[in-house]
Write a protein that binds this ligand. Structure first.
Ligand SMILES: [Zn+2]
Length: 643
């Protein structure tokens, strides 16, 4: 146990998690002071209101996502909440996982949607989406008041009784978590005070309901997916400084899952990935809120293990939504149903938290890997999102329908594409950390300093920063030097720095900054390869942070193969995968430079060529693959066993 009292952790932890905002919120302001109990050394993100994306691929994707959110209407989103509360609704309900007969209804309509519009309004000043969120909160408020027990959901409490009695039911607490999280986001990011009151009511209902159940029965109920109930209750405790929510969070802990991790044992085989990553995010927040080191050990071990032993090269994990193999054994697991997108969203959330404790660049390298390879590119031009990320050869991208799917990955997707600004810049005390290379501006009003980051990264292998400040500022700016570069070059006002930090660390530049000072960072990209864990004969190629994919011809053009108009998550009538494209290189167990068999055609266009067994293969960055069949993995001249 650290030497910080529980009370002080409660006071400070909301800010540490980025859960405090400057503004007219009395409760949140109480957390903004850096009091004596602040866990020193922790890095925290800048509030979204301080960061704006500048024109570039991320801003373009943010705007596409905002247009999709704007296409959804509050009356239709509220339909099942109103029916459940006994309030008439003549709106046409949405379908898929929001259908009035689906046991997950409300997870998107009253949960992810609220989080997404809260993020969008804070990150880009989108007032239309802010008012849409406020209107939805007001509708949810009326439903909760009508029910009268502080319970709020789009389905009746009967589903919780099914869970308690061991009857078949999907995941009522999972949905409940999403709604509470959406309301907290509306409070913290959008300043909607009603949203906090509603979320507190929901937290009290959940606490009382679950407290009234025996410990044994609770553990049985927790075998069913419950999202991040522990996380949202810890967040509620941090925001309100009420310990009862911490007590409630502890009711959602599973020793059977956490104990092996605390002993650094990987017993993940057989588990459902997206059921379990949120539980670790909850543990991470419990560390931040209580200071109990055991939670931190669990989170750090879990994240390191999944990234090292269970991830595919794109930065995500899972087959058929599960961890199906022992660690380091992904041989034979390439399929359509790889790497469920919401798992990447949750892993990145965890990477961001663990980075805050350690300042270790490896976590931001991992974040970048996922961001550029399995988040960017998973939204189409209509704002529709992917569910699975196929990694077998010859498949293509498929998306949810606008109004008939509403998967978990639709929900985490609309959040992800609204919050690209949330991890670019962190701070520790007065020091600034530049984590991600995305065209943007940071305006730190309280300190009177700003940074304009200009780049077309990754099609440009460099970034320039311009500092603005009313008066000279002595301050350290830390810039991530990614693990993938070997020749970083730094210039301040045009003069080259003689020493640069090692790849995979942060370069600290301490100086008196003056208005207009420039910092340029050159990050040359090189080709390298990474074998599939457990099968050295199957390899993937990277260029800097970018995973390359072989282009295998046009994707099917019929609508049903590209957009899934139901709650199903895989297109019907999928053909079997193709054989992996063969390349002229011997298998290697180690990462080697693949210059002998891959050439850069154009770094500006991200075009590459590989020597294939039957002619040359065209490769490009995976994120640029839109309407083509592809293969991320390639078969070397090794054993050529099927993967
Ligand atoms: Zn999902």
């Amino acid at each position: 146990m650290m030497d910080h009292s529980r009370r002080n952790f409660l006071k400070t932890s909301a800010c540490a998690a980025g859960l405090c905002v400057a503004g007219p919120l009395a409760v949140a302001e109480a957390f903004s002071a850096d009091e004596s109990g602040h866990p020193s050394g922790r890095l925290v993100p800048f509030p979204l209101a301080s960061v704006r994306l500048a024109p570039g691929i991320f801003q373009e994707q943010e705007e596409i996502n905002a247009r999709y959110l704007d296409s959804l209407t509050v009356d239709r989103l509220l339909h099942s909440f109103r029916i459940t509360a006994g309030i008439p609704s003549s709106a046409t309900p949405y379908k898929g996982w929001e259908d009035p007969t689906c046991e997950l209804r409300g997870h998107f309509a009253g949960g992810h949607f609220l989080s997404a519009v809260a993020l969008a309004s804070a990150a880009s000043g989108n007032t239309v989406l802010k008012s849409r969120g406020d209107e939805l909160v007001s509708g949810l408020d009326a439903c909760q008041k009508k029910i009268g027990t502080r319970y709020l959901s789009a389905y009746p409490t009967e589903l919780f009784e099914h869970l308690a009695q061991g009857k078949p039911v999907w995941a009522p607490f999972y949905t409940y978590h999403k709604i509470m999280a959406g309301l907290l986001d509306m409070y913290l990011l959008s300043g909607d005070a009603d949203a906090l009151r509603i979320a507190e009511g929901m937290g009290q209902w959940a606490h009382e309901y679950f407290w009234g159940i025996s410990a044994d029965q609770r553990q049985r109920m927790l075998r069913t997916e419950y999202g991040g109930m522990n996380e949202v209750l810890a967040n509620l405790a941090a925001v309100t400084r009420k310990e009862r929510y911490l007590d409630a969070a502890r009711l959602f802990e599973q020793p059977s899952f956490l104990d092996p991790l605390s002993e650094r044992r990987d017993e993940l085989q057989g588990l459902h990935a997206n059921t379990h990553v949120p539980k670790i995010i909850g543990a991470a927040r419990m560390y931040e809120v209580t200071g109990d080191r055991r939670y931190r050990d669990i989170a750090e071990y879990f994240l390191a293990e999944v990234l090292a032993a269970r991830n595919y090269v794109i930065g995500n994990t899972s087959l058929d939504e599960h961890w199906k193999t022992p660690p380091d054994q992904l041989k034979g697991t390439l399929a359509w149903t790889n790497a469920e997108c919401c798992v990447a969203y949750n892993l990145m959330k965890l990477e961001r938290l663990v980075f805050g404790w350690t300042a270790d660049a490896r976590w931001m390298d991992a974040y970048e890997r996922a961001l550029f390879n399995c988040r960017l590119g998973t939204q189409n031009s209509q704002g529709l999102k992917q569910y699975f990320f196929p990694l077998a050869a010859g498949y293509w991208r498929a998306y949810n329908s606008p109004e008939e799917s509403f998967w978990c990955c639709t929900g985490t997707g609309v959040e992800e594409f609204a919050k690209f600004a949330d991890t670019i810049y962190f701070r520790r005390g007065a020091e600034i950390y530049v984590n991600q290379f995305i065209a943007s501006t940071l305006d730190w009003k309280e300190e009177g300093i700003g940074i304009q980051q200009s780049t077309r990264f990754p099609v440009e292998q460099g970034i320039s920063f311009k500092v603005s400040c009313a008066k000279p500022h002595a301050r350290a700016i830390h810039v991530r030097i990614p693990g993938w570069t070997s020749g970083a070059e730094i210039k301040i006002n045009g003069r080259t720095l003689e020493s640069v930090a090692d790849p995979g660390s942060y370069l600290a530049i301490r100086r008196v900054w003056r208005d207009g000072d420039t910092l340029t960072v050159g990050l040359p990209m090189e080709l390298r390869q990474e074998p599939l864990p457990g099968d050295a004969s199957v390899t993937a190629v990277l260029y800097g942070p970018l995973v390359l994919a072989a282009k295998l011809g046009a994707a099917p053009t019929e609508e049903t193969s590209r957009v899934i108009h139901s709650g199903e998550t895989v297109p019907k009538n999928l053909p079997p995968p193709e054989k992996l494209p063969e390349v002229k290189v011997a298998a290697s167990k180690d990462s080697v430079k693949p210059e002998t068999w891959v050439q850069v055609d154009s770094s500006a266009d991200l075009r590459f060529k590989a020597s294939g067994a039957s002619g040359s293969l065209d490769l490009t960055a995976m994120y640029k693959i839109r309407d083509e069949r592809y293969s991320v993995y390639l078969q070397t001249e090794g054993s050529k066993e099927q993967s």
